[in-house]
Design a protein around this ligand. Structure first.
Ligand code: ADP
Ligand code: MG
Length: 220
């Protein structure tokens, strides 16, 4: 298990124990616990897709699910999607894409964090599509996204490929819509209400609720 934990590159300190399910009332802890057994979906290569605005806990929950699955003996890899796409593009240039995809086969679950942060130049090649196709109905993926499917056009080279990718991903998928306010902001506001600490307005930008531009994410 130590080795599986080491290879997984999970986010440190993000567990189900310290995930506050009350903050995301649309998700039942029982459903997450059932998924964390792994049986029934990881054997079938089914997927889990987490949607929601920044700060809503998608990466935390994804990593925590990964951790629980590793504890049960499954093999997991957590990756920022744009980093993984970068690596696969390098592999493709070196005519080693197939080998790179094959090396991901050992993971029962591949967590693709922030899929919509894949940039336009990365979309011009279709390594992400090839990854999705290679795993379809065989190996599972957990995907987090700030934007709904309708905005995924920029992740793939053309609309037909976007459609084909989404079609494969959702064919056997559980989808969580985590439409909650940023947990950090909420926590700050609660501290303010309880009189502790500085008012949140001092610490957060005026236009909170609008995703802060991060890395390659275009403003929406
Ligand atoms: P997202 O990936 O949706 O942008 P994160 O998972 O990065 O959001 O969450 C932002 C921060 O808030 C992290 O430090 C995370 O641990 C914390 N957080 C978010 N939601 C929760 C929650 N429901 N319970 C506990 N901590 C949370
Ligand atoms: Mg995240």
């Amino acid at each position: 298990m130590e080795r599986h934990l080491g290879e997984a590159k999970l986010l440190p300190g993000k567990t189900l124990e310290n995930f506050d399910f009350e903050a995301v009332p649309m998700i039942s802890k029982a459903q997450v616990s059932a998924l964390c057994a792994g049986d029934g979906w990881l054997e079938n290569g089914a997927n889990l897709i987490l949607f929601g605005p920044p700060g809503g806990g998608k990466s935390h929950l994804g990593s925590a699910i990964g951790l629980t699955l590793i504890e049960k003996g499954w093999r997991v890899l957590f990756a920022r999607t744009s980093d993984l796409v970068q690596k696969l593009q390098v592999a493709r240039r070196e005519l080693a894409l197939e080998a790179a995809l094959a090396s991901l086969e050992r993971f029962d679950l591949l967590i693709l964090d922030d899929i919509t942060y894949v940039t336009k130049d990365q979309a011009e090649t279709s390594v992400l599509f090839e990854l999705i196709s290679a795993r379809y109905e065989r190996r599972s993926m957990l995907i987090t996204a700030n934007q709904p499917f309708g905005e995924w056009g920029k992740i793939f080279p053309d609309p037909a490929m976007t459609l084909a990718a989404v079609d494969r991903l959702v064919h056997h998928a559980t989808i969580f819509e985590m439409n909650v306010e940023s947990y950090r902001r909420r926590a700050a506001l609660e501290r303010k209400q309880h009189g502790a600490g500085r008012p949140a307005t001092y610490a957060t930008p005026k236009n909170v609720g609008v995703p802060a531009p991060r890395d390659n994410q275009p403003e929406t």
